[in-house]
Design a protein around this ligand. Sequence first.
Ligand SMILES: Nc1ncnc2c1ncn2[C@@H]1O[C@H](COP(=O)(O)OP(=O)(O)OP(=O)(O)O)[C@@H](O)[C@H]1O
Ligand SMILES: [Mg+2]
Length: 188
Amino acid sequence: MGKVIVVTGTPGTGKTLLARKLAEKLNGIHIDLSELVLKEGLYTEYDVEVASFIIDEEAVIGRIKELASRYEIVVIDSHYGEIVPPDLVWKVIVLRTDPEELEKRLQKRGWWWEKIRENVEAEILSVCSQQALNVFGRDKVYEIDTTNKNPQQVLEEALEILQGKGEPGLKYDWLATKPIKKLSKYLA
Ligand SMILES: Nc1ncnc2c1ncn2[C@@H]1O[C@H](COP(=O)(O)OP(=O)(O)OP(=O)(O)O)[C@@H](O)[C@H]1O
Ligand SMILES: [Mg+2]
């Protein structure tokens, strides 16, 4: 079986940009999980209320296993990276972004305020990191702060992590490090 690297994080933290570069650098394959689900119809139904597809977990897991048996390096790019079977996973990289910077990136997408707010709130509460830690365990999960780094610097930090440098576990906690007056507008 090949090595699976999971790149996860709140929308807008730069997963796709990093995962693409990482796969290229390591001669692996980049899989954007949402894209794969849509392209291959790996969903069971469309939920009109939340305007999204309900993914067929079994089918997605089967597909990831198949890719891992065919490629030496598989870079999975997803904000629900927890779906990847832990025994297949080599390392998990969680991208983090300062809430104010993340708001700017999401505004550029033309998202409405409530959608931006919900996502920035999830970033403030470290939701993706907590989920990754719960599912994959502390030793496999590494965070990178992308806030004042360009994509090349983020790539270099990721490559170092894969080489065994850096400390695993939770490193960034916006609630503890930013003044609450800068965060309260995002919190429900
Ligand atoms: N290190 C970085 N520095 C500055 N801007 C970045 C960085 N990484 C990504 N961006 C910018 O942030 C935006 C979001 O990047 P990207 O699409 O890779 O995020 P994503 O995590 O894949 O989002 P989604 O979950 O919605 O797919 C893009 O406009 C990108 O140019
Ligand atoms: Mg993406």
